[in-house]
Design a protein. Structure first.
Length: 361
């Protein structure tokens, strides 16, 4: 297990790498070229510059989150072939720079969705909050405004302005795309990129939909164990794998996260772990919470134990944190609570390791 930490680059992150370097046990940075428009090829020189910046701080760069997938690919438009070709070129450039794992998602129009980016919790901290009833009464374009307004001036990952400016057109195009069509479009994309990923030694890791159900009537397919099973079978290659996000999948209590880690880990298809806890007030209403085992609906101990038991050697990162101690930063991505999360998860790992008798990865 490589304890990792997501970082948005010098231009869009409030946290300097030297502070991340001081979190005990964190060795690996998860990052991306956030300024390249979705669909364009990432130049090798730019990837190398990012890697050099990270390594100069005493950290490694082997995991990318995310290389986003152009909407034309998700929609299955004829123009998708050009973007798939660019994606292949990006994977080759990333591999040349030493990147081993590439995270991506396949959510139509929106990336992760929340109705409140700073819900005040009883202890005075704030956290990301989702309330299904609020989404039902909301126009998509109002949600876009809310997300932008609540971002404290940061560019939120997956919420690119240039793409969301065409939101009405996108919704019209998706009228033709149901879940089966979306599966077919994912298969076409994977058939286009997985042979390249496999050849250049990159493991692709699809991130679950967050939340793992339909939002605004748009189809969502990366939502459940059965669907994940179908996705890893769309192209049968070890390069076609998963980023298992406990918080995203865990919002649906039917998803047994430790069981999924064991299952897909045993298949050799689990390439990246996102670990966080959530509190579910009622179905469709949840907010994020501290990583501690008893802080929410998910047992962080059972999650880390599952990773340990499968001998997981890939990257694991604490996922969204609360805002605590007066910190101002990108919602979900402050330093303090994620640092607490990293150390807590690492503490669980160490204890499991030392009491399990055998040396694991
Ligand atoms: Mn995640």
């Amino acid at each position: 297990m490589q304890m990792s930490f997501r970082w948005y680059g010098e231009k869009n992150d409030s946290i300097p790498l030297r502070h991340i370097r001081q979190i005990p046990g964190v060795t690996n940075i998860v990052s991306a070229l956030y300024l390249i428009p979705v669909g364009e090829t990432w130049p090798y020189e730019d990837i190398l510059a990012l890697k050099n910046t990270i390594e100069a701080a005493g950290l490694t760069f082997k995991t990318v989150e995310s290389v986003n997938v152009h909407e034309d690919i998700k929609l299955g438009l004829p123009t998708r072939d050009r973007y798939i070709e660019n994606y292949r070129a990006t994977l080759k450039n990333l591999a040349r720079a030493g990147v081993e794992v590439v995270c991506y998602n396949f959510m139509p129009v929106f990336d992760w969705v929340r109705t409140d980016l700073a819900k005040v919790l009883p202890d005075g901290s704030t956290a990301l909050f989702y309330e299904e009833d609020k989404i039902r009464g909301l126009k998509p374009e109002i949600l876009v405004e809310q997300m932008e307004h609540g971002a404290n001036g940061f560019k939120l990952p997956g919420w690119e302005k240039e793409r969301l400016a065409h939101i009405k057109k996108l919704f019209a195009l998706y009228k033709e795309v149901d879940e089966e069509k979306l599966f077919a479009n994912l298969k076409y994309f994977l058939e286009g990129i997985i042979p390249t990923a496999e050849a250049c030694g990159v493991k692709m890791a699809i991130h679950p939909d967050d939340p793992p159900w339909q939002v605004f009537g748009l189809p969502r397919i990366v939502t459940s164990r059965a669907n994940l099973q179908r996705i890893v079978g769309l192209v049968d290659s070890p390069a076609n794998g998963l980023a298992l996000c406990s918080g995203a999948l865990g919002a649906d209590l039917d998803n047994d996260i430790p069981a999924m880690i064991r299952h897909f880990g045993a298949m050799g298809r689990l390439h990246f772990g996102h670990v966080r806890n959530i509190i579910i007030d009622r179905p469709g209403v949840f907010h994020e919470t501290a990583h501690k085992d008893d802080a929410g609906a998910l047992s962080m101990f059972e999650v880390m134990k599952a990773y340990h038991d499968i001998g997981f050697t890939g990257p694991i990162r604490p996922d969204h944190g609360r805002m605590i101690w007066g910190e101002e930063g990108m919602p979900g991505y402050g330093l303090y609570d994620r640092a607490l999360g990293a150390v807590y998860l690492h503490g669980l790992w160490d204890a499991i390791e030392k009491t399990s008798g055998g040396k694991q990865a």
